[in-house]
Design a protein around this ligand. Sequence first.
Ligand SMILES: NC(=O)c1ccc[n+]([C@@H]2O[C@H](COP(=O)([O-])OP(=O)(O)OC[C@H]3O[C@@H](n4cnc5c(N)ncnc54)[C@H](OP(=O)(O)O)[C@@H]3O)[C@@H](O)[C@H]2O)c1
Length: 346
Amino acid sequence: MGVNRQWRLARHPEPTEDIGFEHFELVESPIPTPDAGEFVVQTLALGTSPAQRSYISKSLSMHDKIAIGDVMRGRGVGVVTESRNSNYQTGEIVISSTGWQDFSIQAPALQNPNVLSIQKVVAPIFPLTMTLGILGAAGATAYFGLFDVGCLQAGDTVVVSAAAGGIGSVAGQIARIAGCRVIGIAGGPEKCQWITEGLGYDCAIDYKSESVGERLDELCPSGVDVFFDNVGGEILDSVLGRLALNARVVICGFIATDYREDLNQGPRNYKNLVRKRARMEGFFIFDYRHRFQEAEGRLRNWYEDGLLLNCEDVDDGLEQMPGTLGSLFTGGNKGIKLCRVSPDPG
Ligand SMILES: NC(=O)c1ccc[n+]([C@@H]2O[C@H](COP(=O)([O-])OP(=O)(O)OC[C@H]3O[C@@H](n4cnc5c(N)ncnc54)[C@H](OP(=O)(O)O)[C@@H]3O)[C@@H](O)[C@H]2O)c1
């Protein structure tokens, strides 16, 4: 009988604590066998999201909680290794809620409405990590956030926060492809150099060593048309104070304040939304699941045309997973943070 390694929750992190190995326990159990209607998936790669922190934190969140001793929830790409469901054949590639483990049971009839459904990868592109990254949820989040919520137009001045992170690195590239002027806010000189020289951002602001407000005044004298915000807090406030007429502020995430009740204050500069006839709107990528193919198609074309760089940052081995997730909160990632669990088939 084969072994299934699983990362299970060992304890909840405190709000000010970094996420790390001490919050999880690596356990070995038998590879599961499917009941009627189910199939088994071997995980090939796992994605990450800052939201995963809220699954394991004690505070209230919009996500279902994971109990101590449960396998950590996460979305991955994998291969079907055994099936008792005629719609899923052995060898097929799927994206699903695999969890942090080598093998998972997938039960299409019992899909949790709070997780994205099982998705077949009909035309795989390699490496398969791309199906979780630029061609997957990260790419789709950047795409719908910019076009549907941000109503992106050629010629717009676009600012992206966490610009060297997963969604930010795709958002900046899409805005550049769409003919916008793009300014990225990122932590540290290396990331700022990478987004300008590697990803084609026009300018970068290092929020760790520069005043974001002063730099925005220099770089955007006519104001910001679209702000794609992954961060919240002080950075959101700085940009709100510098909006152009009819600006669109796209609230994608708020990693700077999400887990810190003491920092979780509302924006001070929101009154500028009235003065500038601007709009601030949040969105949730699950609401776009019926349109993922549209995003994937356009992102794939841009990638194949050499316009969009596959900016992924991949750790190797399931045993790395707590550190892989933890790196999002310390700025340890450059691009879309993923973990390879097993080699791609073939
Ligand atoms: N709306 C949706 O449906 C949806 C879906 C998925 C994700 N999200 C949100 O989108 C955002 C980006 O997600 P992602 O998966 O691509 O993660 P990510 O941007 O790769 O996240 C990590 C980056 O955030 C930056 N960061 C961390 N703490 C920060 C702080 N205190 N102040 C400023 N920057 C900080 C770090 O970059 P630096 O080194 O530059 O600080 C780090 O590399 C997150 O807020 C996430 O919750 C939203």
